[in-house]
Design a protein. Sequence first.
Length: 235
Amino acid sequence: MTLARHVVSGSFAVCFSLAALNAGAERVVGGQLLWYPLPDYKIEWRNAGLTGKVAVSTTVGLDGTPDGVRLLSEPSAFDDAVTEAVKLWLFIPTVCVYTPAPSTYEARFDVAFEREADRYFISIRNLRYTGPGAPDDPPLKRPPPAKRVGGDELRFPRKAIEAHLSQALVLAVLNIKRDGTVDVAQVFSAPKKFFADEVRSTLEGWRFEPVLDEEGRPKEALACVPIHFKMDYLN
């Protein structure tokens, strides 16, 4: 079961999806890519009718962030924009799945600059994974779903407002104990410490319905929580 919430603090909103790796998350491609800001389709490219694709390979680090961006196709006008965009992407790290040990894996995909009639758009195609930690490897299993039943709501950090930061993406991994309380909250990819502090201090107070094994007994479980802090002016 996946929970989604919009938590309002003043004029700001925090959106998160809970404990199903990718289910319920708005920005998911291929089941393993959590966050993927795309480059702009520049006006000069559109005026010139430029289309094409950039083949990309990156190593997904233990925290889910790209470790190097390698372009596999012939040089093009799109290369620099694609490289800068992919540096900001966030994949599901193998710590979020049951494996013998967390590991890196390789992601390959095409960023396509396309035209349909008078409309220009960018899409991700042919996303695939390789390597011992690749999400499609048979040994990997998705963590069981977890249902949250208590705890404080996340809030947009005041320090982020003062720093004029409008958004951030944070990935948290929770270790849910047999009684439904959270033992450890690991926080990945937070761009600033105050985002990590807000996530860690809040999520460690969350409570869940106990996750049951095949025989109906409570057991410890992981929950992966992608959190998108976004400044939304709400009326």
